[in-house]
Design a protein around this ligand. Structure first.
Ligand SMILES: [Zn+2]
Length: 180
């Protein structure tokens, strides 16, 4: 089960949700302060939407489970993944696999949102199996650095974070089955 991903996702989400990370107005020199017409920077609405979307995805999944609509809401974004594990503890295996996939994907998305592009490196390339992925911020995809690793159309291999998360959960399932 994706306990490591849950801890990682929670740590990143706490950072993203902390007010210190939101942009503050640039300091204005004393002499200009009286005449400055620039309004204070607004809250980072993009970040708020980002946090809302991720919390909503987790809460919606839990609420869709039998008895899930009785679960109290998570208290803070930092508690979200502990809450997720707690309220899926008795869910069936498919739902737990889905939870693990969402958690893995969130861990990757939060890391990338914090600028931790190396977060894709522990994931092997789904095509060639090499530890060769790097994050392409402009393309918002992970790319493989192996020049021969190409699609049947000859395009360089690139992957969404969702694809990498799905691969990770599937591998975990395979390892667990092999161990028993
Ligand atoms: Zn590759």
């Amino acid at each position: 089960m994706g306990r490591t991903a849950a801890v990682s996702a929670a740590t990143s989400l706490r950072l993203l949700a902390s007010p210190e990370l939101r942009p503050r107005p640039a300091p204005v020199p004393e002499a200009r302060r009286a005449t400055a017409t620039t309004p204070p920077a607004p809250l980072n609405l993009g970040l708020i939407d980002y946090l809302d979307a991720h919390v909503t995805e987790v809460v919606t999944h839990v609420r869709s489970l039998p008895g899930g609509d009785a679960a109290p809401a998570p208290r803070t974004p930092g508690d979200l993944y502990d809450w997720y594990i707690e309220h899926t503890a008795h869910a069936d295996a498919d739902e737990q696999a889905w939870r693990d996939y969402i958690t893995e994907r969130h861990a990757l998305e939060h890391a990338i949102a914090l600028g931790e592009h190396k977060a894709v490196r522990p994931h092997p390339c789904p095509r060639c199996g090499c530890w060769s992925l790097f994050w392409d911020d402009a393309g918002t995809r992970a790319r493989c650095s192996i020049s021969d690793c190409r699609t049947p159309d000859g395009m360089a291999s690139s992957w969404t974070l969702a694809r990498l998360a799905a691969q990770k959960v599937q591998r975990t399932e395979i390892w667990r089955r092999n161990a028993t």
